[in-house]
Ligand binder design. Sequence first.
Ligand SMILES: Nc1nc2c(ncn2[C@@H]2O[C@H](COP(=O)(O)OP(=O)(O)OP(=O)(O)O)[C@@H](O)[C@H]2O)c(=O)[nH]1
Ligand SMILES: [Mg+2]
Ligand SMILES: [Zn+2]
Length: 311
Amino acid sequence: MAQKGRVVESTGRWYEVSYDEDGGMETINCRLPGRFRLKDHDLTNPIAVGDYVEFEINDDGSGSIEKIEDRQNYLLRQSTHHEQDAQILAANIDRAYVVQSIRKPKIKQGFLDRFLITCEAYQIQASIIINKMDLASENDLDYANFIKDLYESIGYPVLMTSIKEEESLQQLKESVKDQTSVFVGPSGVGKTSLLNHIDPAIDRKVGDISTYNEKGKHTTTFAKLLPLQQGGFLMDTPGIREFGLVNIEAWELSLFFPEMLEPRKQCKFNNCTHSHEPGCGVMQAFEDGKIDPDRYDSYLRILESLQEDKN
Ligand SMILES: Nc1nc2c(ncn2[C@@H]2O[C@H](COP(=O)(O)OP(=O)(O)OP(=O)(O)O)[C@@H](O)[C@H]2O)c(=O)[nH]1
Ligand SMILES: [Mg+2]
Ligand SMILES: [Zn+2]
């Protein structure tokens, strides 16, 4: 008889599936019969971590995936320079957290903005975590508060955390309960450390203090969806330097900046790129102080990079 489960890890050939057995979580290694393999042409993975599946248990104790349920949503990512390599990072997610640290390494606003654009484009709720707040100087604290006010005014919750201050993790712990969440961010910001504090049973390897900025040093090397004791799933992902945008055209970019949605209705030209055109509602809103200069600057940089891709 087929059982229902959820893919928590993928090696490309094997899929680890987590399922409920008499109230306890069990895992089984499953294979995917050949007939599924070429279903989704433009994506490298026919099954993604986070997919809900039905499987049969074979005599040798391994499993065979029989059915993949339709995805409610998914988060795509690509390494910035490989157009073809779009991959589903995770499927069926309730919230994605973009994790940054106030120091070691510093907040990269460009990373935040690119990630948030993808979440808007793929209809995924997003939050921002600023970790390592215990390392913050007075100036850092001002900057963290600036980021919090700015992004919350646009609609993204911002949490300030430190693994050294247990109370700072309370809200995060409550938010991830019974949800499927994903942590994404640069290497060394503390994604795995946060996870280990949310559920101490997880106990994943974290980085050495001294290694965070060494080129190519990543402590976490593969994405894994971890069932939480308190209910729900949390995905730990390897650190990435930049978040590449997938399948986004220059003309639609402003649709993924929530604060531009109203102003862009005032643009004189309906193919306005909000960069130089006369009668542009977005540029007007920027001049009136209704759009933050850093965000508008991010918009222009990303627009330029999307236009370059076309040539
Ligand atoms: N001071 C301080 N250090 C922290 C905090 N959170 C994590 N760290 C340290 O930062 C280093 C990196 O933490 P990891 O959890 O491995 O970072 P990661 O984001 O998972 O990194 P990758 O797996 O490489 O992507 C470790 O030495 C942690 O102990 C924090 O809140 N405060
Ligand atoms: Mg990690
Ligand atoms: Zn415009």
